[in-house]
Design a protein around this ligand. Sequence first.
Ligand SMILES: *Cc1c(COP(=O)(O)O)cnc(C)c1O
Length: 416
Amino acid sequence: MNYTHLKKQDPEVWNIIKAEMARQADELEMIASENYVSPAVLEAMATVLTNKYSEGYPGKRYYGGNQIIDNIETLAIKRAKKLFKAEHVNVQPLSGSPANAAVYMAFLKPGDKVLGLKLDHGGHLSHGHPVNFSGMLYNFVQYEVDKKTGKINMEAVKKLAKKEKPQMIVAGYSAYSREIEWNKFRKIADEVGAFLFADIAHTAGLIAAGLLKNPVPICDVVSTTTHKTLRGPRGAIIMCQEKYAKQIDRSVFPGMQGGPHDHITAAKAVAFGEALKPSFKKYAAQIIKNCQTLAAELQKLGYQIVSGGSDNHLIVVNLTNQGLTGREAEQTLEQVGISVNRSTIPNDPNPPMNPSGIRLGTPALTSRGMGISEVKKIVQLINRAIKNRGNKSQLKKIKSQVRSLCKKFPLPGINK
Ligand SMILES: *Cc1c(COP(=O)(O)O)cnc(C)c1O
């Protein structure tokens, strides 16, 4: 895209966007929930489809002129169904949290009991945290990861479910690096008569590629964002069994939202098309290889990884034995042009604003084309930055090495 009108008409906005383009191109993005979309996804977002109102669903709209829009929504649905082997898909949710709100609204009444993983153990705000709508409207009981292994102990989940008898169990997380035992969750949910809800916001791309187990045929309902490992525009979708289709659709519109964002629906369709290609499977496999290399190389240098490793695209590093907090590590790495986010570790003794860990992920590095040898270099850079924190001249040197590595891997949608 050449942005000619924007440059001429509003240099103030353009200059900010240009600066962010340079930041993204010159820095290493290791925030596990972020990614770079393809140029085709970017182009689909910047289209006149943003001009349209389409409240309702294909063939049943509350506005005229939706003949063409119906085609794009129908195509997005068709591709998502194929990608995840889903019976029913709603592609309208604006983002992950509103999608989850729609799921709860479709299956629960305010005050109903739900089991979700605790935030500082890897769960998401929308899985029952007290400051979030989910924790305010529903009676969430939180399960935890095992103290010794850092993994979810299905026996403990079963015990808690039998004691609490929830209406719903939520699985799928934001900072959990291990495969999830969907079949065991299904069994527990059946035993206590609960709905099983999978939130695969983080791992959807790896699941679509067939590299992690697909919960869609196992669960009652599944939500995912489209902008994390799936490499699509910011947004979400909900998938469910056919028997729940009506209640999910009603819950998204008119329950939660007004009109869908049709330009984003188009970009979702493009991203699903990309994910259906054999090359996406290769890409997703490389994300996991890169992440496992990241974990192993850090461990060699004495860093502790929560749960001892990774089956997916992310790790949580416990920095306690390194003598610095997650915030200090985040700020140090920011100074050398490596973006990461501070993260709690299970049973963190420190507060969430300054927790004991950092979360690292490999989806964005992999989208740039980086592989194992680059990840090994990056681990050295991270370690040197952490060991030399506070040493301005060392950090400056490291920053220039980060930049020269970035220069070799152009950013999709900006430099190529
Ligand atoms: C990212 C995430 C979400 C929320 O997505 P937003 O689009 O930021 O609202 C929901 N659930 C999980 C597990 C996530 O990781």
